[in-house]
Design a protein around this ligand. Structure first.
Ligand code: HEM
Ligand code: SF4
Ligand code: SF4
Length: 423
């Protein structure tokens, strides 16, 4: 039995096959693809801790910033330099896991319905992280920073809201002063703090979000970052000089890709790309889809004793308890908050009303998926199992969001795919 959410798009099949390969290397427990969001949090913390160390030595000023970063990189290479490299590489890793996390949620269709909230706050996070990263490169005030500042100003100049060119009025040698550095170093603290707040908002509707990867992943990733930091330390590209246009600059492709894009396209097209992509991503949860959405869970009051087990198990805090409304001798009843429910069916599995010892007729759960009543599931299961042949007969419970178990059906094997295996 397959439910409406089961899809087998090329992207989904490829993702699942790739995750299967990763499982062979890392095992299910340490598969990084199962912890992309948690790895995002982890890299954010590595960036925050290494950043706090660098900040303690950072000096704000046109003549001071570059030498202060150079001091850390060269004089204190064994610690300050490593911290700088960790800061850079963990920021890059943050972009990688963030983009993979976005793609994975999209491919698995986990962005519609109640998940619109995590999705749209995710889009906000994406631009905040890119903004903080670009701003970080300015702090060093080397040739790359000079190139990035001038190119950014030229990009903004394209907007018809500035009366005079920013690259000539804001970042010339005469105008560029210590106030500019105070501004960028202030922004480099406040934007990440705001990002942390939005990260909290991002997962606030998930009752127990996985925000910490497994210890093996934490140690493995830290080791990889440390080895990279020692083999290829983060270096500056010579002090900025506004009188000389920088040439042959090495850029960080994770954060600074918009500048080469501006060379290939134009400032206007890059604006169109950034605004268009943001708009598209923001409205994605509401765009029409051919996939049928499963209706949200419903409470059958006469079978609900108010035991709260569904409240405890719902991952999305979509079930709340209210005072009893039907006069039955229980103090509370369960109520589904429809716009939080993702139709996973986990609450159905939690409800003791649908225990296996009840008779088939009148087999009702206190909380049900209207499209998949528990009595219907039970009769399909009994019917399919009755058809099995052979000495060893197997029933496989699958998950609509994972591999398609339908392919495993045979004379000895019955299959039942559920919206979530936890159901
Ligand atoms: C670095 C930035 C990000 C971090 C650290 C992060 C972290 C997380 C974490 C820890 C979860 C909970 C995972 C779980 O417990 O199952 C989550 C869920 C989610 N994230 Fe992100 N996220 C980030 C960016 C994004 C972006 C850019 C998007 C997409 C635009 C996105 C979309 C989602 C969605 C849709 C969920 C909900 C999944 C569900 O309800 O099952 N996130 N994120
Ligand atoms: S189906 Fe049940 S467990 Fe899943 S989100 Fe809805 S109320 Fe919560
Ligand atoms: S719906 Fe079921 S699990 Fe939820 S409170 Fe009622 S009896 Fe308990």
């Amino acid at each position: 039995m397959k439910t409406a959410t089961t899809t087998d798009s090329f992207a989904r099949r490829t993702l699942l096959q790739f995750e299967d390969i990763l499982n062979k290397f890392f095992g299910n427990e340490l598969n990084p693809f199962y912890y992309l969001g948690a790895l995002g949090f982890y890299f954010f913390w590595v960036v925050a801790v290494s950043g706090a160390y660098i900040y303690a030595f950072y000096e704000t000023g046109i003549e001071l910033s570059y030498p202060s970063v150079e001091y850390l990189t060269n004089e204190q290479w064994y610690f300050g330099g490593v911290m700088r490299s960790l800061h850079r590489y963990a920021s890059d890793a943050l972009v990688v896991v963030m983009v993979l996390h976005l793609l994975r949620e999209y491919i698995l269709g986990r962005y519609r319905g109640a998940r619109w909230f995590a999705w749209t706050t995710g889009v906000m996070l994406m631009w905040m992280i890119f903004g903080a990263g670009i701003n970080g490169y300015w702090m060093v005030w080397d040739k790359l920073a000079q190139y990035s500042v001038v190119a950014t100003m030229e990009w903004f100049e394209w907007l018809p809201i500035f009366s005079q060119p920013l690259s000539q009025s804001f970042v010339t040698r005469e105008v560029l002063n210590d106030r500019f550095f105070t501004l960028i170093s202030f922004a480099h603290v406040t934007v990440p703090l705001m990002t942390l707040f939005v990260l909290w908002v991002h997962v606030m509707r998930i009752s127990t979000p996985v925000v910490n990867p497994k210890r093996g992943l934490v140690l493995g990733m830290l080791l990889a970052l440390l080895i990279l930091s020692l083999l290829k330390p983060a270096l500056s590209q010579g002090p900025a000089d506004m009188a000389i246009e920088p040439v042959n600059i090495g850029i960080d492709w994770f954060y600074l890709y918009i500048y080469p894009l501006m060379d290939i396209w134009s400032a206007g097209w890059v604006w169109a790309f950034v605004i268009g992509l943001s708009l598209l991503l923001s409205i994605l949860p509401w765009l029409p889809t051919r996939k049928k959405q499963i209706p949200v869970a419903e409470v059958n009051l006469k079978d609900c004793s108010g035991c709260r087990l569904c409240v405890a198990d719902c991952p999305y805090e979509a079930v709340v308890m209210r005072p009893r409304s039907d006069g039955m001798n229980f103090s509370e009843e369960a109520v589904v908050v429809a716009d939080r429910c993702v139709s996973c069916g986990i609450c159905v599995g939690a409800c003791p009303s649908s225990n296996a010892f009840r008779k088939e007729e009148g087999y009702v759960s206190g909380i049900e998926m209207p499209s998949l009543p528990i009595s219907g599931l039970r009769s399909v299961m009994i019917k399919d199992m009755a058809k099995l042949e052979g000495d060893v007969r197997v029933i496989i419970f699958g998950c609509d969001s994972a591999a398609n178990v339908e392919n495993l059906r045979s004379k000895e094997v019955a299959v039942l795919s559920l919206p979530c295996i936890d159901m």
